[in-house]
Design a protein around this ligand. Sequence first.
Ligand code: MTE
Ligand code: MO
Length: 397
Amino acid sequence: DAYANEPTRWSGFAVRSAKPFNAEPPPGVLVRTYHTPNEAFYVRNHLPVPAVATADGADYRLSIRVPGGVAGAPRGGVSPTDAACVHTLSLADVQALPAVTLTAAVQCAGNRRTEMSGHRAVKGGAWDACAISNAAWTGARLTDVLASLGVPDVGALAAAGVRHVVFEGADADAEGGVYGASIPLDVLAAGDVLLAWGMNGEPLPADHGAPLRVVAPGIVGARNVKWVTSVALSDEESHSHWQRRDYKGFCPSVCLEDADYDSAPSIQELPITSAVGEVAVSADGRSVTARGYAYAGGGRPVVRVDVSADGGKTWAAADLAGADGQVPAAVCGARYRDYGWTLWSATLPLPAPGRGEVVVKAVDSSYNVQPEGLAGVWNVRGVLNNAWHRVPVGGEG
Ligand code: MTE
Ligand code: MO
């Protein structure tokens, strides 16, 4: 049974698919805490959970392929070719490096796909607005792992022709094809890509990639490869289906047959987005308190969240909360490094007693804003839905 390794899961999930397992938490739970509890963190599996997820980690091995000329002496047994060295690391090798903890939200590119399919049919699994969660991840910086193998820095890799960092997971289909994805080399430059073994102070759960996953903060969920078994420094993007034939955006006029995957870039950083998680009408029906999340890709900070209770006619700026109520530092060096989401709340007068429509839109540090409607962002794969999020209050709204 390919599904013999599935862990026990939280009963509160809205399950979108049982095999493979896809589930999102209820919105009210999701926006209650800055760090999403591990059991409630959304799960997006394309394949069965692999055996390595539930083993003790002693037999786990990670291979790292480094081009010849930049790598130091291979360790742990090798098969060097002229062109590359393949290093083999144990979990203990990775855990011996300095541990780093950083907060990063992970969002599936298909978050809010159900809304998109309400506008016009799309191909892809159903998600409401909770295929996103936020955690504090603990692991080794991938740049430190590479340094331990003798790779001096990202510049040396670029000089050797490396353009992409290609990951593979242990999860496989019936033919043995594994999950894979890649990120551009420059994402490594900020030093924040982790090989993570910890999540919110606990060991990484089986569904989230135990014993080791890639956390590429600021990058779409699909590239945060779980159960990672290999890292290859390459001149090419991953050849996996999910890199080349999925997770790409198209013009609203493009249908499935016409989608030219080779011409569209793979999704990496996600656009600014926000959603309403919870609305509560006051006892006298005059006002509504709304709460939700906002997230910007690429580590860009969320600088403002605008909320309306009358369907978008009038707006007010919401109160924002970063980690522990602190808004994190905006920028460090050349690249934004604010990877966590932002929770927001606002209390607004209702246009009619007990009735209205809450709408939210966020602004990032580059003054990117969300589009009002679905017509302009609709695409046949149902990805990248960041239209204004609307929740009716007291019926029609
Ligand atoms: N990694 C592996 N090995 N297999 C997968 O199916 N799914 C990807 C990514 N990494 C996936 C994977 C996708 S599409 C998303 S959105 C995130 O994992 C979801 O991470 P989570 O399940 O920890 O929330
Ligand atoms: Mo995803």
